[in-house]
Design a protein around this ligand. Structure first.
Ligand code: NAI
Ligand code: MG
Length: 491
């Protein structure tokens, strides 16, 4: 088929179609008016006596109020975790521990719909993603690590692996339940106990997970889930009787944590920001690559630490890629995250939307060329049009700083060496993407790009068996796979 003709018909078709709304039902989800702290197997009122609201960022409506743990609450949770570690969890045979982790995995599957709906209501991501990506990955993560629990001696032969003790875990709002699974599953499989804090804008699925943990009869205190904002996180980091801190979030807070634990014997893993290069060579399958670009930056509203936020296109195919990319952006459905047609949902918070707007203004002021989707945004809630900048210089702040929103910075290149140098020219090193027909080119780039995860001819694919983590200011330590066990063990 003639390429141009095919493209025009596609465009016409999409421009004229208005999908009827296909809203997911909220009936599968029960959200309580108020949530307390999950400590020692029970929901307990906070000693702080304080609560804060969590809202639906797509409507700005309040969903629930949630306890705000202070240092005394954190201490209570840490003590419960210590007692559970000393008296029960560290003494339990590994295959018994595994049974609980399998049980939690199955219970998540049974209540998958409810988790997906609450994740979308509390965080703003499209229901299609919560339902088809986040929640299945969460269950898989628990299943995967349950399998390792009684095989640690094989995973680390002749190294006598031993748990660290109590793990303090602090997670962000972009993949709330998935990050809870990434943290809790390997900690339990390796015999540690947990104090976990979800992000203040997205606490609800972690609290639902607490309900499941309670129903699973996991011994009290093995997992404690407490809510609050930065001060609560800091109290976890500074608690003297916590042996390991696992953090995912901003590079700024990562640096604060590193300073706080310096000179203590706490172990730390940090999974921080990114500014990934997605590199398209002239011999790449262009249509797939365009899908990969879209998935790389507009998936989850760009709230992805490994988002393909810098696009490098080889000069010879630049025009074609740009035409197809703009056509594709025009077809993205932006709006109600609960609608099954929606591709791009709500920005997680007013604050994050302001950050994104700030960067769009910077890009304009720097004189970059801007293109944005012509969609109309809902009147209420926090939304941002899929946006891209062209003519971007290496020194542009749009190309250097993490925006964490649906904003793409586009540059061109001629040779492999040039694109490797440009791609590596960032303080981050979390991920990258390479699109080419040639295996040799993939190997050349994957060995020279300084990034923890590199996708070839695909983007944003996750699997529990595969380690994830960064270089440089993107942090250190790996999560997922065999490597993800090692960071919870003394070997
Ligand atoms: P943040 O780093 O402040 O929040 C992440 C978690 O850390 C939350 O649970 C928060 O309550 C907690 N926290 C905040 N201050 C803390 C402290 N002093 N000690 C211990 N815990 C603390 O991230 P924020 O402000 O929500 O987002 C800012 C930027 O960070 C985003 O624009 C994005 O660029 C980046 N980010 C990166 C993420 C990633 O996955 N790597 C996830 C979220 C944000
Ligand atoms: Mg919320």
């Amino acid at each position: 088929m003639a390429k141009a003709a095919k493209n025009n018909t596609l465009k016409l078709k999409f421009d004229t179609i208005n999908y009827a709304p296909a809203p997911e039902s909220k009936s599968s989800a029960t959200i309580d008016a108020q949530y307390d702290l999950f400590i020692n197997g029970k929901f307990e009122k906070p000693l702080s006596k304080k609560y804060f609201d969590t809202i639906n960022p797509a409507t700005e409506e309040k969903l629930s109020s949630v306890a705000e743990a202070n240092a005394a609450d954190v201490d209570k949770a840490a003590k419960a975790a210590r007692t559970a570690y000393d008296k029960v969890w560290s003494k339990m045979p590994a295959k018994e521990r595994a049974k609980y982790i399998y049980r939690i995995a199955r219970m998540i599957q049974e209540r998958a719909r409810e988790f997906a709906v609450i994740e979308t209501l509390d965080g703003g991501k499209p229901i299609r993603e919560s339902r088809d990506i986040d929640v299945p990955l969460v269950a898989n993560h628990f299943f995967y690590y349950a399998g390792w629990a009684d095989k640690l001696a094989y995973a680390f032969p002749n190294r006598n692996p031993k748990p660290l003790g109590v793990a303090g875990q602090i997670i962000p709002w972009n993949f709330p339940l998935l990050m809870a699974a990434w943290k809790i599953a390997p900690a339990l499989a390796t015999g540690n106990t947990v104090v976990l804090k979800p992000a203040e804008t997205t606490p609800l699925t972690a609290l639902k997970l607490a309900e499941i943990i309670q129903e699973s009869d996991l011994p009290p205190g093995v997992v404690n889930i407490i809510t609050g904002a930065g001060a609560t996180g800091a109290a976890i980091v500074n608690h003297p009787d916590i042996n390991k801190i696992a953090f995912t979030g901003s590079t700024d807070v990562g640096k604060i944590i590193q300073r706080a634990v310096a000179g203590t014997d706490k172990k730390v893993t940090l999974e921080l920001g990114g500014k990934a290069a997605n590199i398209i060579f002239e011999d790449a399958p262009i249509d797939q690559a365009v899908e990969g670009i879209i998935n790389g930056i507009y998936f989850n509203q760009g709230h992805v630490c490994c988002a393909g936020s810098r696009l490098f296109v080889q000069e010879s195919i630049y025009k074609e890629v740009m035409r197809k990319l703009k056509d594709r952006i025009a077809t993205l459905i932006v709006g109600d995250p609960m609608d099954k047609n929606t591709d791009v949902g709500a920005i997680n918070s007013k604050q994050q939307l302001e950050t994104i707007h700030k960067y769009i203004t910077i890009g304009k002021k720097e004189g970059l060329e801007i293109f944005e989707s012509s969609c109309t945004l809902p009147k209420k809630g926090f939304f941002c049009k899929p946006t891209l900048f062209t003519n971007v210089a290496q020194s542009s702040r749009i190309a250097q700083e993490e925006i964490f929103g649906p904003v793409l910075a586009i540059q061109t290149f001629r040779t492999d060496d040039e694109v490797i140098e440009k791609a590596n020219n960032t303080p981050y090193g979390l991920s990258a993407g390479v699109w080419t027909d040639k295996g040799s080119k993939i190997f050349n780039l994957t060995t020279k790009l300084r990034a923890g995860v590199i996708w070839a001819n695909t983007y944003n694919k996750f699997d529990p068996t595969s380690p994830f983590g960064g270089y440089k200011e993107s942090g250190f330590g790996r999560e997922g796979g065999l490597q993800g066990l090692g960071t919870y063990l003394n070997v």
